[in-house]
Write a protein that binds this ligand. Structure first.
Ligand code: CDP
Length: 239
């Protein structure tokens, strides 16, 4: 995967639709469906940039939590984003996420951040700014973007769109294992609550809800290995 050092300044120009010739692979779906692992591997195999859009929402959530802001106060959260510098950088296939210059790659995966992220992500102005940032990041770069609204809103004209899904219990198991490996103090019930709460907020919000784009290829990953999912996705890509 090529290295990208993309420090995103929040004030960036608006681009309303995909105008360039770069190839965009959009991967959407709920938490635990395997998007991140699959998206990263596909980007590596194809030599594309990998853009984890959830990391951007997580970074803003972390900053708001540190400042003890009310995550439901839309104005203070979107004002905060306007004075925030979020960076996504790749080094040896590891994603490095920075917040005003600080490496927060690990911190943003912690349950206390996950817990607030869907409230932050449903704010209209936050989504508008984040959408602009995501388009800017992919500008002139063949990219794999993963998130909730990539195929529907961020890149509705993406050449390739996939929607990864899995049974709820399987998604809970996967996320539980991941957090257990990171030695987080978590149990299955807390993970199940997190996933069902976020599924609900993400798929019922007014702006850019989590949903399959009509022209996206649906892949149920419940009984598939990572390798099988990657192969399925790659089999659609003609470059
Ligand atoms: O890794 P996981 O699937 O748990 O979450 P993520 O991809 O890091 O996204 C965290 C949260 O950010 C989601 O639950 C959504 O609320 C929000 N998000 C979003 O609204 N739109 C995106 N394109 C990506 C993430």
């Amino acid at each position: 995967m090529p290295q990208s050092k993309s420090h995103l300044r929040v004030k960036s120009q608006t681009k309303t639709s995909q105008q360039n010739k770069e190839i965009i692979i959009a991967i959407d779906g709920p938490a635990g469906a395997g998007k991140s692992t699959v998206a990263k591997l596909i980007a590596q195999k194809l030599g594309f940039f990998y853009i984890d859009t959830g990391a951007l929402y997580r970074a803003l959530t972390l900053k708001a939590k540190r400042l003890n802001l009310n995550l439901k106060d839309e104005k203070s959260i979107s004002d905060l984003l306007k004075k925030t510098n979020i960076g996504l950088e790749y080094d040896k296939n590891n994603l490095r996420v920075t917040l005003d210059g600080e490496d927060i790659s690990k911190e943003i995966r912690k349950p206390y951040v996950t817990d607030g992220v869907s409230d932050v992500a449903k704010i209209k102005e936050v989504r508008e700014i984040m959408t602009t940032l995501q388009r800017k990041l992919a500008e002139n770069n063949n990219s794999v973007l993963e998130g909730r609204d990539i195929g529907t809103v961020v890149f509705p004209n993406a050449q390739y769109k996939f929607f990864l899904d899995a049974d709820f219990n399987e998604r809970v198991n996967r996320r539980f294992k991941e957090l257990e490996e990171k030695k987080e103090n978590i149990n299955m019930e807390l993970v199940a609550n997190d996933l069902s709460t976020r599924d609900k907020i993400d798929s019922t919000r007014k702006i850019a809800p989590l949903k399959k784009a009509e022209d996206a290829i649906y892949i149920d990953t419940t009984n598939l290995s990572i390798e099988e999912v990657v192969n399925k996705v790659i089999s659609w890509i003609k470059i």
